[in-house]
Design a protein around this ligand. Sequence first.
Ligand code: NAP
Length: 301
Amino acid sequence: MSATIISGKDIAAQIREELKKEVAEMKEKGVVPGLVTILVGKNPASISYVTGKQKTAHEIGFNSIQDDQPDDLAEADLLKLVEKYNKDTKIHGILVQLPLPKHIDEKKVLNAIDPDKDVDGFHPVNVGRLMIGGNEAKFLPCTPAGIQELIVRAGFETAGAEVVVVGRSNIVGKPIANIMLQKGKGANATVTIVHTGTKNLEEHCKRADILIVAAGVPGLVKPEWIKPGACVIDVGVNRVGEKKSEKTGKMVAILRGDVDFDAAKEIAGAITPVPGGVGPMTITMLMKNTVKSAKIHAGMV
Ligand code: NAP
């Protein structure tokens, strides 16, 4: 039997609708979530990411500010800007779009963001809060948080499940492994992380009730490595070529995941497609974190 396709596009749209309602209710109580996205320079990919975030924030009803800065902005001036938003009571989420120009120390800038407004969840304080877990965890990093939502909303039981995470990056592998091992709803799993130093990758993958693959290697996970009925979350986004878009006639990238989707869907119980799986969840979880931040700042939670 063919697997259920977990549509990140549909689930993200559903969460955005829920957030719209939540924000409307907050507004009645005089609280409007505020998000600022700071863009330094004119990197086309960054402009496109920031535009997407702003568009979603507006749709949900946020007070949202796009702060464009020239690419020769001094590091000290960027730090001052971050400090200004740290103090701005109308702003609950601060996002500095990466990459920053080479003359700016990214780490220094990201660490200058108030951890209580770090809706990206990458500040060392928030990484530590995630490790501690429970009520300590404030803002989960967006892609891993989106992965957890996909698993839960697809109806997979995580408690007691064997979860295998392929990849140990700071933005996907390590945080999703940490999220899944927390004691609580949508987690409480037995987690294994595998990487390039792992012996017998295949044997680990075969044990997984929930297999999360974030390696950035197209087709790394073979269909025969998948346990029949497993939930497969393919985080990988790999450009494997180009094709002419039927809509626009322009050349567009052909994207593939880390799992051989066509064959894997005949074995897995559920699987995310690439594109349209994990990808659409990331911005949505950024919005969810901003709503949470606004509620925390307003003493509503
Ligand atoms: P990364 O920083 O390059 O980390 C990749 C991880 O996979 C590393 O830990 C690496 O192991 C492991 N790995 C690579 N090849 C492997 C192999 N042959 N066997 C076992 N492990 C292997 O990548 P990332 O930032 O986590 O991203 C991973 C993928 O997810 C990329 O395709 C990226 O584009 C995609 N992604 C998508 C989203 C989204 O959809 N929103 C967000 C983030 C990332 P070592 O540590 O041993 O080197």
